[in-house]
Ligand binder design. Structure first.
Ligand SMILES: *[C@@H]1O[C@H](CO)[C@@H](O)[C@H](O)[C@H]1NC(C)=O
Ligand SMILES: *[C@@H]1O[C@H](CO)[C@@H](O)[C@H](O)[C@H]1NC(C)=O
Ligand SMILES: *[C@@H]1O[C@H](CO)[C@@H](O)[C@H](O)[C@H]1NC(C)=O
Ligand SMILES: *[C@@H]1O[C@H](CO)[C@@H](O)[C@H](O)[C@H]1NC(C)=O
Ligand SMILES: *[C@@H]1O[C@H](CO)[C@@H](O)[C@H](O)[C@H]1NC(C)=O
Length: 420
């Protein structure tokens, strides 16, 4: 087995090269392919009430390729004083807390640090507001900006009811439901303006504050979740994912980390079969990653060269809906053609214009990457035009520089292993 001779993967080196920061100890959220990516949470106070205010809280996902899939987001904060939530629309707190001091009307939540989740699709209309009730799913900005926002309405009591007396909530947390996001402090910003549907009148919030949350690979996962394997028509060596890219197979004395496809009681290992579960149960492999991306250079003609991209799910516990890939390759430009997947060039900086985002197509039924097994694969083709200015015949020119699956960087084989 040729690949066992490859050096062990060094994710730290990958991260170092890319981020020039310390290996795995950094919580710096900086992502070179999406430098301004964030989720912005805005509170628009729409009215004052005798004991507080009514606000619409809107989360906008301004990240190019990070989305939030089922089971969805949950947003927490800590009240500055003794605020309670009288009622909510389009969302709910997960716990009511101790409301024993209230007589008559009982609040929706009396917790000092409430956690709010989205309502499910199919919620009765009288509990909905615009942009709510998607089960906590948020699209990435590039894939579908119209589904990249979520809103709920809170009616807050025992609170200030003027610009001077209102106290901003603190200690915001955003879970998806795993870790990864860090939220800053709430800051008062210019009141949001709303344009009426007939566009003839503009109204504005009485007061607006916002919180910006950013994602960090280092906080989200202790280990990578994706790896890349390579092959090329001109050399029949397949360069597999680096061994132990996402973990190592334990031997039988410590079994339970991965499952072999032939295992008789596969379903019992994979509790909640078909439902998304955050702790992966992966099919045993040399790389132990839930996701493998394979990049196969098909052929080259005078003007074009072709690549087949195949994504394989090794996770028995997670279906990846609305998955995406972000790929950096010097030959991406506006003339590149992609079939089987949606495709968009993304330009993190004016000077970097060789990064593209690929995602599945509903019409091709490949927008969902199914559970590990015979159907756990999607594939598409990229047709690159040969460009004299950027094409170099160095070893590895045909392979991507970086590849991210759902916003998490894939472990790449070392360049010395590339077929040539
Ligand atoms: C958050 O994203 C928005 C939209 O891309 C951007 O305008 C804003 O500057 C970002 N904020 C931060 C703190 O990065
Ligand atoms: C902030 O929230 C976290 C999680 O809810 C909690 O553990 C922590 O104690 C809170 N910190 C403050 C200062 O309230
Ligand atoms: C299995 O693990 C034990 C303890 O970690 C180790 O001593 C042994 O060499 C391993 N066996 C194999 C085949 O890797
Ligand atoms: C990409 O950027 C390079 C250098 O900044 C420039 O020369 C080239 O024309 C750009 N290509 C496209 C397709 O915009
Ligand atoms: C194919 O590529 C490998 C490196 O991955 C190299 O060792 C081998 O010599 C190449 N084979 C041919 C026929 O060029």
């Amino acid at each position: 087995m040729g690949f066992s001779l490859l050096p062990k993967p060094t994710p730290c080196i990958l991260f170092l090269v890319l981020l020039s920061s310390t290996c795995f100890t950094s919580t710096d959220a900086y992502d070179p392919l999406d430098p301004n990516g964030n989720i912005t949470i805005k509170w628009d106070v729409l009215s004052w009430t005798p004991d507080g205010y009514v606000a619409v809280v809107t989360m906008n996902n301004f990240q190019r390729y990070r989305h939030i899939t089922s089971p969805g987001w949950s947003l927490g904060w800590t009240w500055a004083k003794r605020e309670v939530i009288w009622s909510m629309m389009g969302g709910q707190t997960t716990e009511q807390g101790d409301c024993s001091k209230f007589k008559g009307n009982i609040p929706h939540s009396c917790k000092k640090n409430p956690t709010v989740v989205d309502l499910l699709p199919g919620t009765p209309y009288n509990q909905q507001i615009a942009n709510c009730c998607k089960g906590g799913v948020l699209s990435s900005w590039v894939q579908d900006p119209s589904r990249a926002a979520a809103s709920f309405q809170v009616s807050v009591g025992d609170a200030g009811n003027s610009k001077r007396t209102v106290k901003l909530p603190t200690n915001f947390t955003l879970k998806t439901p795993g870790p990864g996001y860090t939220c800053g402090k709430a800051r008062i910003v210019r009141p949001t303006k709303f344009i009426t549907p007939d566009k003839r009148r503009t109204t504005q919030a009485l007061m607006t504050w916002q919180v910006v949350c950013t994602y960090s690979l280092f906080l989200a996962h202790k280990t990578p979740t994706c790896c890349l394997s390579l092959s090329s028509f001109h050399n029949n060596t397949i360069v597999p994912c680096p061994t132990c890219s996402c973990g190592c197979q334990r031997n039988s004395s410590q079994s339970g980390k991965c499952v072999n496809p032939g295992t008789p009681h596969l379903a019992s290992f994979v509790s909640g079969f078909g439902e998304n579960n955050l702790s992966p149960m992966v099919q045993c492999s040399n790389h132990m990653c839930p996701i493998r991306v394979h990049w196969h250079v098909k052929f080259s003609s005078e003007k074009y060269w072709h690549v087949k991209v195949m994504i394989t799910n090794f996770n028995y516990r997670m279906k990846y809906s609305d998955w995406n890939l972000a790929i950096q390759h010097p030959n991406f430009d506006h003339r590149t053609q992609v079939s089987g997947f949606n495709y968009k060039l993304i330009t993190p900086y004016a000077s970097i214009n060789d990064t593209a985002e690929l995602w599945g197509m509903k019409s091709q039924h490949n927008d969902v990457l199914n559970l590990a097994g015979p159907n756990g694969k999607v594939q598409g083709d990229i047709l690159f035009r040969k460009d004299k200015a950027t094409l170099s015949f160095d070893k590895g020119w045909a392979f991507p520089r970086w590849i991210y699956f759902n916003g998490d960087m894939c472990v790449m084989p070392p360049p010395s292993a590339y077929p040539f």
